[in-house]
Design a protein around this ligand. Structure first.
Ligand SMILES: [Zn+2]
Length: 227
């Protein structure tokens, strides 16, 4: 995997799935080649980086990236989308709301299927976790699941004001259940891992839940008028 932001290099995970790692945020991006369409998963930190990702993928495959899924709104994943021309894009509607000015063709609430020809991408919102608009991308035919920042192996999991600390372990449960724990899970930062490693991180996250703080199912503090 490349760490050179100027020239992303793609590493094959399977015959039809690749990853690359781009700096400065050590983001792992994915690439899936179907018979008819080419899907990029996450776009880097800037329009220039997004353009370089798409160009490097097109150079390797001999055809352009024409489908893009952004796993969540954080800049290091969504910032490159504006630099990718000629591609249809998918993002969770809550993530879209955090990115005013970003054009997204398919804001989704729960799930979408992106047919690539000969294989497809199941794009699923597993509930609020790392953010309120996480998406995971299951490439079932290749036994590869892109989990965004629900899992990180390059460092400890990160959170922000949209994080749902109680929802996060449940979201991971949904991902593992929905994939039968089969195959490889690609984190938003770091190397791919198996289901056992994902569940270890799930356990660590669950231990961090601040049980003394009342939370609603969407992770918000209960307003005084409802408490
Ligand atoms: Zn993130």
């Amino acid at each position: 995997m490349s760490t050179n932001p100027q020239n992303p290099e793609w590493t094959a995970l399977t015959a039809r799935v690749w990853t690359t790692t781009i700096e400065p945020e050590t983001v792992t991006c994915g690439l899936v080649a179907g018979d008819d369409h080419v899907l990029l998963i996450d776009t880097g930190s800037s329009p220039e980086q997004g353009a370089r990702l798409a160009m490097s993928a097109a150079a390797m495959l001999g055809r352009p990236v024409d489908r893009v899924v952004v796993t969540h709104h954080h800049d290091d994943h969504s910032g490159g989308l504006a630099g990718i021309d000629g591609a249809q894009s998918w993002m969770h509607e809550a993530a879209v709301a955090h990115c005013p000015g970003l054009r997204v063709d398919h804001p989704i609430a729960l799930m979408a299927y992106v047919d690539l020809g000969g294989l497809g991408a199941e794009v699923i919102h597993p509930g609020p976790g790392h953010t309120d608009g996480d998406l995971v991308v299951i490439i079932r035919e290749e036994k590869v699941t892109f989990v965004g920042d629900l899992v990180e192996t390059a460092g400890p999991p990160q959170s922000d004001e949209t994080t749902d600390v109680r929802g996060w372990p449940r979201a991971i449960d949904a991902v593992i259940t929905g994939t039968d724990g089969v195959g490889v899970y690609v984190p938003g930062h770091g190397r791919p891992v198996d289901a056992v490693a994902v569940m270890e991180q799930r356990g660590d996250l669950a231990e961090r839940i601040p049980v003394e703080i009342p939370l609603t199912p969407v992770g918000q503090h209960i307003p005084p008028q409802l408490a």
